[in-house]
Design a protein around this ligand. Structure first.
Ligand SMILES: NC(=O)c1ccc[n+]([C@@H]2O[C@H](COP(=O)([O-])OP(=O)(O)OC[C@H]3O[C@@H](n4cnc5c(N)ncnc54)[C@H](O)[C@@H]3O)[C@@H](O)[C@H]2O)c1
Length: 470
């Protein structure tokens, strides 16, 4: 089938590549010319540097005959003549009040509607389904319909196909989704979408669910808020218990919890912050929509607050427990992406850490990440020279650790598991190690015996007097 993707970011590019792998002809259109030229480069290193997703570069290069990336409006216009479906994969970031910023979505939908209204032979032109993959407010289907009609588009259907992929494993997840959720309004559209997703519809391993578009949009927001609530429990209850009671190792507690199938494994990793482009924004959006309908959203606010508290509590422990002031110190920050296996830094814990360190007047921040330094540099490249001069970027963790007073580990890159040995070679106690991911849990005793001060998420507060049992 002939498919168009509007937006070639993490979701658009990965889904487009997997659609090409399913045998479809795909045009991925984006307004970001830098991104499009990198994705079209046929160079795995350049593609990876742009969107670091395992397997993405290979698929893009393998299907270069049937998968095109472009900013060309003319090509988009021509492709609409034969197109079966247009996927909307636009950013929907949060506004300060928590509502979704739909400006990119509205702009792309309006552009699309205008182009569709100009199709040759309008009356007989092909029926096109506009399939939304962006995470949007529950009633966005009505908005999409309104924009299409107001701009003269005809012969279209509107559907919702929320995306559940996990960054870092987006290609795997797109080829092996746990479920495919389709919200459409007519049997005609359900049938076309079944054809697009034949490999999933026919698969005995994938649950293919059909519902209406409002339910599909809501499913995504409700799924993400349920996942976020579980993480908040880990941070605010399970992890905290291990900080305030003696002789508790978080890994043991986690095993004890995760082996109950009703609780499950997912979300029990303790960390300094739940970042990424989705959880925070989607909880805020859901909360905003429910509040507008008069619903009490204390629960969702508690989840969001638990996440924010987790980060500030972690940073404050340097001062309150180790008596360590960041003022005028040199700090190594390892890991800038919001999680391993991605270069996505949106809402990454490292951003909060670096902002907090700058606020505490550090002398220097020595940063390292295997793939996310470029975007981080752009984010902190401000007009304020003092900020720019305080953050330096390093090619290796060893280089970042040299001549520092403290290490803060922010991302769970597997390579960081051996960082304790590197730290013991390069740094000398007294030295503070703050482990925001419990990556060095198996080294805490050895590090402490060697004179290092360890502050780890979910480890007993240093110097806490547990008191006598009565
Ligand atoms: N990233 C994820 O893990 C994930 C998972 C599930 C759902 N989602 C949702 O999917 C949507 C897209 O997320 P993403 O991470 O891919 O975002 P992204 O920022 O990586 O990509 C969005 C792309 O849209 C492009 N764009 C903006 N305006 C455009 C226009 N008018 N025409 C064409 N292209 C335009 C941007 O240039 C960008 O490349 C969001 O709603 C997000 O919440 C994301």
């Amino acid at each position: 089938m002939n498919l168009i993707y509007m937006g070639a970011g993490f979701v658009g590019a990965c889904s487009a590549a997997v659609s090409a792998d399913s045998g479809h002809n795909v045009l991925a259109y984006d307004i970001n010319s830098d991104r499009i030229s990198k994705l079209s480069s046929k160079d795995p290193a350049i593609i990876n540097g742009c969107l670091h997703e395992e397997g993405l570069a290979e698929l893009i290069i393998k299907y270069s005959n049937t998968l095109k990336f472009s900013t060309d409006h003319k090509l988009l216009t021509d492709s609409l003549e034969t197109c079966d479906a247009v996927y909307m994969c636009l950013p929907t970031p949060e506004k300060p009040d928590g509502s979704s910023d739909l400006s990119a979505f509205k702009k792309a939908t309006t552009d699309l509607a205008i182009l569709m209204s100009k199709r040759n032979n309008k009356e007989q032109s092909k029926h096109i389904i506009i399939i939304n993959k962006s995470t949007v407010p529950i009633r966005t289907i009505d908005l999409t319909k309104k924009i299409m009609k107001e701009n003269g588009a005809e012969n279209f259907g509107i559907a919702s196909n929320p995306e559940f992929l996990v960054e870092g494993q987006a290609i795997y997840d797109s080829i092996h989704p746990t479920r495919v959720v389709i919200g459409a309004e007519s049997e005609k559209d359900f049938k076309i979408i079944r054809k697009i997703y034949q490999r999933f519809y026919d698969s005995p391993n994938i649950t293919y669910i059909e519902m209406n578009p409002y339910e599909a949009a809501a499913t995504k927001l409700l799924a993400n808020s349920a996942l976020f609530a579980k993480i908040a429990y880990t941070y605010a209850v399970a992890g905290r218990a291990c900080e305030v009671f003696p002789n508790m190792t978080y890994e043991n507690i986690r095993k004890g919890l995760a082996t109950d199938p009703r609780i499950g494994k997912w979300g029990l990793y303790n960390s300094l912050y739940a970042g990424g482009s989705c959880l925070i924004k989607d909880a805020q959006s859901l909360s905003y929509q429910l509040e507008k309908e008069g619903v009490n959203t204390d629960f969702l606010h508690q989840v969001l607050n638990a996440n924010d508290y987790q980060l500030s509590h972690f940073i404050e422990r340097a001062e309150t427990e180790a008596g360590f002031s960041f003022n005028n110190k040199t700090i190594a920050v390892l890991g800038l992406s919001f999680k391993q296996d991605t270069n996505d830094i949106r809402h990454s814990g490292a951003i909060g850490v670096v902002k907090s360190l700058l606020g505490s007047n550090v002398k220097e921040i020595k940063a390292f990440d295997p793939v996310a330094m470029e975007d981080f540099k752009k984010l902190f490249n401000t007009d304020d020279n003092e900020i720019n001069s305080k953050i330096s970027y390093h090619k290796t963790p060893d280089e970042a650790l040299k001549e520092t007073d403290c290490l803060i580990l922010c991302t769970d890159w597997p390579a960081f598991r051996t960082i304790a040995e590197t730290a013991m070679k390069i740094t000398k106690p007294p030295y503070l190690i703050m482990d925001g991911r419990r990556m060095l849990a198996h080294n805490y005793d050895e590090l402490s015996e060697s004179g290092y001060t360890i502050i780890a998420i979910g480890s007993p507060l240093i110097g806490k007097n547990f008191g006598e049992i009565k």
